[in-house]
Each structure stands twice: as structure tokens, then as C-alpha cells.
Design a protein. Structure first.
Length: 593
């Protein structure tokens, strides 16, 4: 096609790609950046300006500028041509061949949304919009802000939007496909949004693709109603306000992630433009990657209630897994971001953003609320349950040790105890709490767990020799392979040989993956060593358990001394001496590697 070649000759591919990959940098004869199609820490995505193509050596994505736009916008070929022609001011010939069936449908849906958005806006500022305008005034939203965000009103009529769009030539079926009408069970259609304040949802190019509607009457349920999934609107892809926030985020080097539409409107209107929200759904990896193209830092500011904390926990884990640098903003007074800006002022809110704590400080604060921090046992339990699992998300070798020491001090725990917990979970090695060597993805399993499991799976004699002792050990709860060992114990107690098939059939998918890694991890040892290997592993685990008990006793002794209870401190000191003597008596060899 002549126009395709004209477009490629007229528009620099680097200019196109830079709209989506802001940190694209010149390196020799090519341009390099982080791939927008998959998560990576080191750039493997390149653009050749001379020949007009891109290629990622990490995930294999590649093509010309048209394919790039098709993939980024999730649109068809002809829609990509139209988008590029409009964006860069190159007239596109009006020819029937540029309108394939899918593009015609999507074009109609875009037009429907434009018409509906304009009608909703007119309703808000028309004679029937008094109640909606009063609500916005109560929430401190000025008319200028409402117009900037395209806010509108869906009137209470059952068919106002339906009739408007039908008069424009659209069929009820197409209007329903756009998500603005609902088909009745007995036939016919009615408006999906009625009596609601309307928030237009845009794609990254700024086109309206859906709506979020807030009920204006307490009787109307649900409180928020979003567009259904359509050929334009896929909720797992879309972030509210991303099309406006991305430039501010690139400049600020960060996004501010909030929960609701009103939070976005209130915070952005106060001058913090890098604010976004998921559209009424849990955050997805696709949404995170959309943000990561523009900034790597994320400030999470969800509502302070229990639901907000739960949503924050899931979102933070997703952000960390996708390589984002995350901090958590905590607001006092039980206020959400919009309320905080209105009541305390934007400078106070900026101060909260700048003072945002790390994920681990947030987890530590959560553990303070759930566990008894007055006792050593409560602090240790809080660390094990709340903080320890999160260390697996730290991929930097030295950061784990540094954060572990910081959290020990923050929670008033013995650093030896905290580093021992990390070591037992394969997060630091056995020599002075140093971080383990490089690993891809999750940290390596502790060698003692791998060797013990191998021996138990291969030898009934090894099971008979050590399983009774293993069953009595408290430290089994801390194993990353705990579920696997529990299955082995259960099978052995029922007289069933713990074979791979018997174990695998009793595990969920994640533990089956772990089982496969264990089975394939090492070469099989000679049969004569199985019992010796198992006994050495259990001795090592028993020594670890005594070490943990020793750390707990030392912490309890310090607590007793600080409270002036010298009698309790002496009693605990005697227990510590007995424990040390028992350890000396039971010392044995190391596992055979």
C-alpha cells in the first residue's frame, strides 16, 4: 500500500516508540530501553532507526512501527494506520479497503462512547444536573476540574442514552456491545447507567473506551458500576487517568496509585498529576507493566480501612514482582487521599508522599496491630508471619541482609534470630548471614531440605530412622518444603511408601512445581548413604532448632532484665545453660554433600 510506505517514510519509529518507552536511549547505532512487552531489569529491547524496526531479545517481540502500535494499543492494522495518521498529521486516504469488519465495529464503538460522554457532560451542567453538581460541590470538585476530567451525569431515565444513540443510527445490539445498554430477559433493551455520576475511562491514547458510574442515591446498588468487558474496554489492561498521568509520572519519576476515581480527581486537581487508579478491580500485571514503561517508582496510597490494607498488600506484591520500587503512603485520621487533600491541604499531602515508608516498614506496622509487641514471642511471631515471606521478593543479594537488620531493630528483635530465619529459608547463607549468590527468580532451597527429602524418597530405612524425630520438631513449620514433608509423614504413618506419584497426587500446583525442582535438582547418591544422609540432615535441623530456642531465650532474658524481674531472668539463664549442654551432647556430623 502506498500510504503505508508513505507513513513509514514520514514518521520516525524512534518517535513512535518513545511515546510508550520514555527511557529509550541511544547506544551506538541503535536505541535501547526496557521492553514494554515483558518485565525486565536490564534492557534487551532495541530500535533500529535506519531500517525502521524494533526487536526484543528477551521475549522475541519485533516488527515495524505499525505492528508496535497494534501491540501497544491492542488494535487492528487499519486502526493503527488511522491512529498514526491522526497523531502525526498525515492525511489518510478515504478508501473502503482501510475498513475491515473488526475496524468498522471498533470505530462504531469509539463513536458511541464519544457521543455518550458528551451527552453525560451536557446532562451534568444542564437543568437536571443540580443534585450531581451539589454532590461535586460537597466533595470540593470545581467545575473546571469536572470539565477537565469529562465528568458527567447519566439521568434516571431507562432509555435516554439508548434513544439518543438509536437516533444517531446505531442499532440496540451495537449499543449493548458497547456496554451502554442491557438486554431485557423478555426482549428489548434499557440503559446500563441510570442516576449516576459518570467518570469517562480512556485508553492510553486518550480515547473514551468505557465509564465508571457512582450512585447518587444511597438506595442504588452497587455504589460503583463499571462498563462491562467490550472489544474496547478490558479492565485488566486499563488504568484510570493513565493517559493524563503518564507525562507527569515520567517527569516526577513515579506514579501515585490510589483506589478510587474521586481520589484521582481530588489529588490531580491539587497539582499532583502522576496519580492513577485501577478501574474498580485488583491490580493486574498488565496494568503494572503499563505504568513501568513510564516510571519505576510507585507510591501506594490506598484507603486506611481493612479493605484498603488488603488491597494494598495484593497490589504491592504485584508491583514488587514486576520490578517496581514501592513505598507506602499512610494517612492519619482515617482519611482517604481525596479527603486528606481537602482537609489538610496539598502541601501536607506532598509531605506524606515524600515521607512514605518502605514495604517492610508497612508490614512491620501491620504486624504491630495484629500481634502482641510487648512480648518477645509476639514480636517473633509477627516477623515470621508478616515479614519473612516478603524477603523472597528482594532479589538484591545484599539488600536482604540490610533490611533484615533494619527490621530487627525496628521491631526490637535480636538480629541473630532474624538472620537465622532468613538463613533457614535459603535467603542468606550459613556464614555470618551473608546473602547467597545470584539466583534466577525465587531463592534456592536450603541444601539440608533438598538432601533430606532425597534420602526419604529413596529409602524406607531412612524414613524409619528419622521421621519419628522429624515429626517432633517445631522447626518443620519454617520449611519452604513443609507441605511436601507433611505429605511424606502422612504416607509413612499410614504404611505407604512415599513415592513421587503418591506425593505428587496430594499436592496443589505450586507444590508440585517445587516437588519437580527437588526431584531434578541433584544427582542421586548411592543407596548406602541414604540413612547416614538423613540422620545427618536431621541432626543439622535439630541444631538449628536449638539455635532458635537459644535466640528466643536470650530475648526473653533481656525482656525480664529490662522489667526488673531478676528471678525470671535467672530461671531463663539456667534453661539456656541446659540447652547449650544438650547441644554439645547431641552434636554430630554435617550432611554428606
Amino acid at each position: 500500500m502506498e500510504f503505508v510506505e508513505q507513513l513509514k517514510a514520514s514518521v520516525d519509529i524512534v518517535r513512535v516508540v518513545s511515546e510508550y518507552v520514555p527511557r529509550l536511549r541511544k547506544k551506538g547505532s541503535r536505541w535501547e530501553g526496557l521492553c514494554p512487552f515483558h518485565t525486565e531489569k536490564s534492557p534487551s529491547f532495541g530500535v533500529n532507526e535506519t531500517h525502521g524496526f524494533y526487536k526484543c531479545f528477551g521475549c522475541g517481540a519485533g516488527g515495524d512501527m505499525i505492528k508496535f502500535v497494534m501491540e501497544m494499543e491492542r488494535i487492528g492494522f487499519f486502526e493503527a494506520l488511522k491512529l498514526l495518521s491522526e497523531r502525526y498529521g498525515i492525511p489518510m486516504p478515504k478508501r473502503q479497503e482501510y475498513s475491515d469488519p473488526d475496524s468498522r465495529v471498533r470505530g462504531a464503538l469509539f463513536e458511541i462512547h464519544e457521543i455518550a460522554a458528551e451527552q453525560f457532560r451536557q446532562n451534568l451542567f444542564g437543568p437536571n444536573g443540580g443534585a450531581a453538581r451539589a454532590y461535586l460541590e460537597k466533595r470540593g470538585v470545581a467545575r473546571q476540574t469536572a470539565e477537565e476530567f469529562g465528568l458527567g451525569l447519566a439521568e434516571k431515565s431507562w432509555d435516554a442514552v439508548l434513544r439518543l444513540l438509536q437516533n444517531k443510527g446505531f442499532s440496540p445490539e451495537t449499543i449493548e456491545q458497547a456496554g451502554l445498554a442491557v438486554q431485557r430477559e423478555g426482549g428489548g433493551y434499557y440503559d446500563r447507567f441510570r442516576g449516576r455520576l459518570m467518570f469517562p475511562i480512556h485508553n492510553e491514547s486518550g480515547k473514551v473506551i468505557g465509564f465508571g458510574g457512582r450512585a447518587l442515591s444511597p438506595e442504588d446498588e452497587p455504589k460503583y458500576l463499571n462498563s462491562k468487558e467490550t472489544p474496547l474496554y478490558h479492565k485488566s489492561f486499563v488504568l484510570y487517568n493513565l493517559h493524563r498521568a503518564k507525562k507527569a509520572a515520567h517527569k516526577a519519576g513515579r506514579f501515585v496509585l490510589v483506589e478510587g476515581y474521586m481520589d484521582v480527581v481530588g489529588v490531580a486537581a491539587a497539582g499532583i498529576g502522576e496519580v492513577v487508579a485501577s478501574c474498580g478491580t485488583a491490580l493486574t500485571d498488565l496494568q503494572v507493566r503499563s505504568m513501568r514503561r513510564h516510571a519505576e517508582r510507585m507510591l501506594v496510597n490506598f484507603d486506611p480501612d481493612a479493605a484498603g490494607a488488603a488491597a494494598a498488600e495484593k497490589s504491592i506484591q504485584m508491583l514488587l514482582d514486576e520490578g517496581m520500587r514501592v513505598r507506602i503512603v499512610q494517612l492519619d485520621g482515617g482519611l482517604d487521599p481525596d479527603e486528606y487533600v481537602k482537609e489538610r491541604g496539598v502541601e501536607a499531602y506532598r509531605a506524606r508522599l515524600e515521607g512514605a515508608g518502605t514495604y517492610f516498614h508497612w508490614l512491620a506496622d501491620q504486624s504491630r496491630q495484629r500481634y502482641d509487641m510487648r512480648s518477645a514471642e509476639g514480636r517473633m511471631e509477627g516477623f515470621r508471619k508478616m515479614l519473612l515471606p516478603a524477603f523472597q521478593r528482594l532479589h538484591d543479594k545484599l539488600e536482604r541482609v540490610a533490611v533484615a537488620n533494619e527490621m530487627a531493630d525496628y521491631l526490637g528483635l535480636d538480629r541473630v534470630f532474624v538472620l537465622e530465619q532468613l538463613r533457614r529459608n535459603g535467603l542468606v547463607d550459613q556464614r555470618r548471614g551473608r546473602a547467597p549468590g545470584p539466583a534466577a527468580g525465587a531463592p534456592a532451597l536450603p541444601a539440608v531440605e533438598k538432601l533430606l527429602f532425597e534420602a526419604l524418597l529413596a529409602s524406607g530405612d531412612a524414613c524409619a530412622a528419622v521421621l519419628p524425630r522429624l515429626k517432633e520438631m517445631k522447626s518443620l513449620e519454617g520449611f519452604r518444603t513443609r507441605k511436601l514433608f507433611e505429605v511424606v509423614l502422612g504416607l509413612w504413618e499410614r504404611g505407604i511408601a512415599p513415592s513421587y506419584g503418591e506425593i505428587e497426587s496430594r499436592l496443589d500446583e505450586s507444590d508440585r512445581d517445587l516437588l519437580a525442582k527437588l526431584i531434578l535438582a541433584d544427582e542421586v547418591m548411592e543407596h548406602s548413604y541414604y540413612v547416614e544422609q538423613a540422620e545427618a540432615c536431621v541432626r543439622s535441623l535439630e541444631a538449628q532448632e536449638r539455635s532458635l530456642e537459644r535466640a528466643l531465650l536470650k530475648e526473653r532474658i533481656r525482656t525480664a532484665e529490662r522489667s526488673g524481674d531478676l528471678k525470671e531472668a535467672l530461671k531463663l539463664s539456667d534453661e539456656l545453660v541446659r540447652l547449650d549442654r544438650a547441644g554439645a551432647a547431641n552434636a554430630g556430623g554435617n550432611p554428606v554433600v
